[in-house]
Design a protein around this ligand. Structure first.
Ligand SMILES: NC(=O)c1ccc[n+]([C@@H]2O[C@H](COP(=O)([O-])OP(=O)(O)OC[C@H]3O[C@@H](n4cnc5c(N)ncnc54)[C@H](O)[C@@H]3O)[C@@H](O)[C@H]2O)c1
Length: 337
C-alpha cells in the first residue's frame, strides 16, 4: 500500500483527501494531511480517520513517512514542493499548474525528471469519459487530419471569488491550463508554436483597473497546421460548462454536455434540463480515475498519464497567452520557453 500525504487542505485538497480516505483508489492509503494554515486541520483528519497532521509539509520530505504526495497547495508553491519531494524520492501527484511562471516550472520539471519517482500532473479532464472517447476517435483516425480544436471552460456562477486575492494570469495559469493540456493531447505529435490571446474583466468589470481578468479567448497555432481555440469565463450562470470538439478532414468529435442528465422536462414555460454543479461533482469519476492511474503507475503499470512535459507545454501556452493579452500581439512559444 502506498502511503500518501495530501499537501494543502483547501478546497480541492479536501475533495481529494475525502476521495482517498474513502478508499476509492485501491493501492493508495491517505496517512497524513499537511497544511500550514488550515485552522480545522486536526478536525478534518479526525473526520477522515487520518492519523497524522503536519504544519510544515517539508517535514515529510525528510522523514520517510510517506511514499507519495498529492500537492494541492496554491499554484505558486508547486515548484518548491515538487523540488523538495522529488529530491526526497517521494512520488508526486501535483495539481495543475506546475507553477505560475515558466522558469520555476522548468526547474521543478528538471528535478522531477531526474528523480526515480512517478510524477503526474492533475489534468483530470483527460480522464473524463467523453474526452477519453474523443481521444480514441482521433487516435483511431475517425476525425482524419486535425484541422480545428475548440475547448470551453466556464466556471459555475454566480462568481464568488475575490479579485483582490486572485493572482494575475489566473484565467490562463489555472483555468485555461486544462484546455491547453487537452488541446495538445488531442493533437499529440505536433507542437504549439504561437498564440494570440485576449482577456478582460467582463464578470467583475470594476476589478479591471487592478489587472483582474475573468474572461479570455486564446488562438493556438500548431506545427501540423491545426488551429485551436480555447475560451474561459469565471461565471456561467447556468452551471459548470466544459465542452470541446475536434474537427478534421474525415469528421468531428464533440466532448462534454452542459446538462447532467438525459432527462428533459417539457412544460408550459419550455424545455428544461438540469445543469452541472461544480468540478467536484461533475468530475469526481475523472479525479478517481487519475488517482487510479497514479496508483497503478507506482505499482509499475505502464498507464498513460499527464507528466512533466505535458505540464510544461501547457505552462508555455499559458505564459505566451499572458504576454499576448498584455501586449496585444501574437506571441511565439519560443519567446517564453
Ligand atoms: N484539477 C482541478 O480540477 C482543480 C480544481 C481546483 C483547484 N485546482 C488546483 O489546486 C490547487 C489548489 O487550489 P484550491 O482551490 O484548493 O486552493 P485553496 O486556496 O482552497 O487551498 C490551498 C490550501 O493550501 C494551503 N497552503 C498554503 N501554503 C501551503 C504550503 N506551503 N504547503 C501546503 N499547503 C499550503 C492553504 O492553507 C490552503 O488550505 C491550485 O493549483 C488549483 O489550480 C485544481
Amino acid at each position: 500500500m502506498t502511503r500518501v500525504a495530501v499537501v494543502g487542505a483547501g478546497r480541492i485538497g479536501r475533495h481529494h483527501a475525502r476521495l482517498l480516505a474513502a478508499g476509492e483508489v485501491p493501492g493508495l492509503e491517505l496517512t497524513v494531511l499537511a497544511d500550514p494554515l488550515a485552522p480545522d486541520l486536526d478536525e478534518l483528519a479526525a473526520e477522515l480517520g487520518v492519523g497524522r497532521t503536519v504544519r510544515d509539509p517539508l517535514e515529510l520530505a525528510g522523514d520517510g513517512s510517506v511514499d507519495a504526495v498529492v500537492i494541492t497547495a496554491p499554484a505558486k508553491l508547486h515548484p518548491e514542493l515538487i523540488e523538495a519531494f522529488a529530491g526526497a524520492g517521494v512520488h508526486i501527484f501535483t495539481e495543475k499548474p506546475l507553477g505560475v511562471d515558466v522558469a520555476s516550472a522548468t526547474r521543478a520539471v528538471a528535478d522531477a525528471q531526474k528523480a526515480p519517482i512517478v510524477f503526474q500532473v492533475g489534468f483530470n479532464r483527460r480522464f473524463s469519459e467523453s474526452w477519453v472517447n474523443a481521444k480514441k476517435a482521433v487516435v483511431d483516425g475517425a476525425v482524419g487530419a486535425v484541422h480545428r480544436i475548440h475547448s470551453i471552460t466556464r466556471d459555475p456562477g454566480p462568481y464568488a471569488g475575490d479579485p483582490a486575492r486572485t493572482a494575475p494570469g489566473t484565467v490562463f495559469n489555472e483555468t485555461l491550463i486544462h484546455d491547453f493540456d487537452t488541446i495538445c493531447w488531442l493533437n499529440e505529435g505536433s507542437e504549439p508554436v504561437e498564440v494570440y490571446a485576449v482577456a478582460d474583466a467582463l464578470v467583475v468589470p470594476e476589478a479591471k483597473a487592478s489587472g483582474f481578468q475573468d474572461s479570455a479567448v486564446v488562438v493556438i497555432r500548431f506545427d501540423n497546421g491545426a488551429i485551436a481555440t480555447a475560451e474561459a469565463s469565471f461565471c456561467a450562470m447556468y452551471g459548470y460548462d466544459l465542452r470541446g470538439e475536434v474537427f478534421g478532414s474525415a469528421g468531428m468529435v464533440q466532448m462534454g454536455d452542459p446538462t447532467n442528465t438525459a432527462a428533459r422536462l417539457f412544460d408550459a414555460t419550455g424545455l428544461h434540463a438540469d445543469t452541472h454543479g461544480t468540478d467536484e461533482s461533475r468530475y469526481h469519476a475523472a479525479y478517481r480515475a487519475e488517482f487510479q492511474a497514479f496508483a497503478d503507475r507506482i505499482a509499475g503499470a505502464d498507464v498513460p498519464a499527464p507528466g512533466a512535459m505535458d505540464g510544461l507545454r501547457a505552462q508555455w501556452i499559458a505564459a505566451a497567452s499572458i504576454r499576448s493579452a498584455a501586449e496585444g500581439r501574437r506571441v511565439g512559444l519560443d519567446e517564453v520557453k
